[in-house]
Design a protein around this ligand. Structure first.
Ligand code: NAD
Length: 256
């Protein structure tokens, strides 16, 4: 379905980003990966699906590096047809204790980077009259949790950016939508499980059950594979008129 299309997924060396990159690759899209850590392993996993893969190591907190990444993708593949803004970090602390530099980093990586990639990707999408922008927000783009002020503010912000981008392109073949996962067992969440286990002196399994029990009625993690299939749907012709939604896949979290 996505042969000859190019998808750029930020923060795609692990977790949800890698899951979405692989789902789009299974549909035939060439992929530009981004992020830190296990770069070669991520490239190999995507390449094994039979598409072309490139990697750019831009730091999403640095606008000049984001510009270089977008120019690199356009030069290598012609243009970015599918943009997935996924890179994100977390920090947990009450507002009065929240480290200022963590607030700034979360805003830059979880929100402002999507403004930069989007503004740089749109002109070529508008010329082609086709494009898909998918913002990986969170259930925290819809509801709040204590001690996550920067994350919740950034995720509500990216849901707002999603709606404006969708509206400004509503008469074109470009759509913009957000995905709002509940708990997904990635390195980002494993750190929160480990912190809970250490703080309460309980096992990893007990901490996992507590974490799910606090928020997620299904008592199940959503998987990167399931989120990847939602991204594939947003890229399909059936979703041509799905514009500006914030679609939660959260085991019932936001329904409570
Ligand atoms: P993860 O830690 O597995 O992956 C994050 C990715 O972002 C990695 O590839 C990492 O290298 C990259 N990254 C981090 N800082 C970066 C930077 N400065 N520049 C470029 N890349 C950077 O986390 P994840 O859970 O897969 O999170 C992916 C997205 O999903 C995030 O936006 C997160 O907020 C969102 N999300 C996660 C969950 C969850 O439960 N895991 C729930 C809702 C939303």
């Amino acid at each position: 379905m996505l042969a000859r299309k190019t998808a750029l997924v930020t923060g795609s060396t692990s977790g949800i980003g890698l899951g979405i990159a692989k789902a789009l690759a299974r549909q035939g899209a060439n992929i530009v990966l981004n992020g830190f850590g296990e770069i070669e392993a991520a490239k190999a996993e995507v390449k094994a699906l039979g598409v072309e893969v490139e990697y750019h190591g831009a730091d999403m907190s640095k606008p000049a590096e984001i510009e270089a990444m977008m120019a690199f993708a356009a030069q290598r593949f012609g243009q970015v047809d599918i943009l997935v803004n996924n890179a994100g970090i977390q920090h947990v602390s009450r507002v009065e204790n929240f480290p200022v530099e963590r607030w700034d980093a979360i805003m830059a990586i979880n929100l402002t980077s999507a403004f930069h990639t989007t503004r740089l990707a749109l002109p070529a999408m508008q010329k082609a009259n086709w494009g898909r922008i998918i913002n990986v927000a969170s259930v925290h783009g819809l509801v709040a949790s204590a001690e996550k002020s920067a994350y919740v503010a950034a995720k509500h912000g990216i849901v707002g950016l999603t709606k404006v981008t969708a509206l400004e392109n509503a008469t074109t073949g470009i759509t913009c939508n957000a995905i709002c996962p509940g708990w997904v067992l990635t390195p980002l969440v494993q750190k929160q499980v480990d912190a809970k286990a250490a703080a309460l002196g309980i096992s990893n399994d007990e901490a996992t059950r507590l974490l799910l029990g606090e928020k997620e009625p299904s008592m199940q993690f959503t998987t990167p594979e399931e989120l990847g299939e939602l991204a594939v749907f947003f890229c399909s012709p059936a979703a041509n008129n799905v514009r500006g939604v914030a679609w939660n896949m959260d085991g019932g979290w936001a329904a409570q």
